[in-house]
Design a binder for this molecule. Sequence first.
Ligand SMILES: [Zn+2]
Length: 449
Amino acid sequence: MEGAVVVTADRAVTGVAGAGVRGATAVLAIEGAIAAVGEPEAVLADPRAAGARRIDWARRAMVPGTVNTHNHSFQSLLRGIGDDLPFLVWRDQALYRYSPRLGAEDMATAALFAFGEMLLHGVTTVCDFYYLNAQGNEHASATIEAARRLGIRIVLARCFYDWDGAPAVYRETIPQAIAGFEALARRYQDRARFLTVVQPAPHSQHGASPAMIEAGAGVARDAGVPWHIHLAEERYQVEQSLARFAARPLHAVARLAVDLSSMIAVHGCWFDETERALLAERGGSLAYCPGSNMFLGDGVTDLVDLVARGVRVGLGTDGGCSNNRVSVFDEMRTAALLQKVHRTDGQAIDAETCFRLGTGAAGEVLRLPIGRIAPGYRCDLVALDLDDPSLWPVQALEKNIVYALSPRAVTNVVVDGTEVVSEGRLVQVPLDEIQTRVAELTRDWRRST
Ligand SMILES: [Zn+2]
C-alpha cells in the first residue's frame, strides 16, 4: 500500500498498560500512523502491508520514541558558558549577553544542534518553549524549519512575555503576542500528522503580566490547544507571588480568567499540598524537569504525590545549559533517583512509571497521539541495541532501559514512519554541518568569570 511501512524488531516495549515486554514484533504504519501491531507473520500478511517499505531492526528492541515536554533550543549554545554560577550572574552575563545577538540563521543553528542531539538520544517529539520572538515569527519559523529538516516532531510553544526587565528581543505587547501566535499557527499548525504543532506559552509570573497570562490562555482556548507556563521553579518565586498577589503561584494563576485543565505547568518544585490538590482537581498537567531542577539547585517537585493524585505528568530536559543533557531516557532515571533519595525510600517510584512519564503520559500532556506503540498513535519508534551490555540481562529489559541504558545503545529512530536516525547517525542533516555551524557561531563566546 502507498505510504505504508513495516518495522520489525526482536522485542518490543509498547508502553500499552499491562503489555510488558513483547517478543518479535512488527508495526505497520500508513501515512505515519500506526495501523497494526503484532507478530511479524501476521502483520506482514495484512493486505495493507503489501508493497510496504521494510525497516528491519534485528537484534534490537523497539520502544516508543521519547517525548521531551520542555526545552529551550537556543540554550544548547550556552552549554558550559555559565555553569556553576549564581542564577543572576548566569542570567546577566551569559543569557542576556548572548541571546540578544542571535538572528534567524543562528536560531536554526541552535535548533539543529539541540534537536539533532536529541534525536540521537531517542527523542522523537520536542516541545520548544520559545521566548526569543523579537516581536515577530522569523526566529520561531527558523526553529520549526530546522526541526523539519531533521525530521523531529516539534511543538513550538510560542512565548507570551512582557516583563520590561528582560532584553527587548524577549518582549512583546499583548496584541503583538496574540497576532504573532495566530500567524504562526496559521502557517504551521498541522492537524493531520501533528509534525508541527503550535501552542501558546505565557512565560511565568515574573515574565508575563496577569493580562498577558490571560491572553496566552485565551488563544489556547480559541485554538483548542494546551498552554504552558513556568511556575514555582525556585523558592523565591513563591515569596514573590505571595508579595505581589497575596497567593501562592498556582492559586494566583487560578484566580485569573484561565482554564487550568488545559494548562501545562512547568517545574512546580515548590507547589505545596494545596496547589498539588488544586492541580489534580482542575485537571492540569505538569512538565517535570528533574535534571534541570537538580543542576540549578531549584528544589524537588513532589512527583510521587502528583502521580498518586492522577495529575498528567511528562518529563522534560529543559535547556541545554541547565541540565546539561538532552536525553529523556536520562530524565527517566534522574526522576526515579531524585524521588527515591528525597523520600529516602527505594520504592518511592518505579521504572515502569518513569518510562511512561517520558513516553505515553508526556504525549497526553501535549495532547498528541504519541508515546505508545498502538493503533491510532503516530509511528514514532526507537531501536535499542540488545547486544549493548547496558541492557543485559535482557529479561529485565523494562528496568534496564530506565536505570542502566547507555546512549550508545540508541541506534535507530523513526518519526512518523520515516527513519531519521540510522545506525547512530542523523539521516537528513550531516552532523558535520551542525558541528561547523555551532563552532563558528560560538567561536568568541566565553565564560565571563
Ligand atoms: Zn524553561
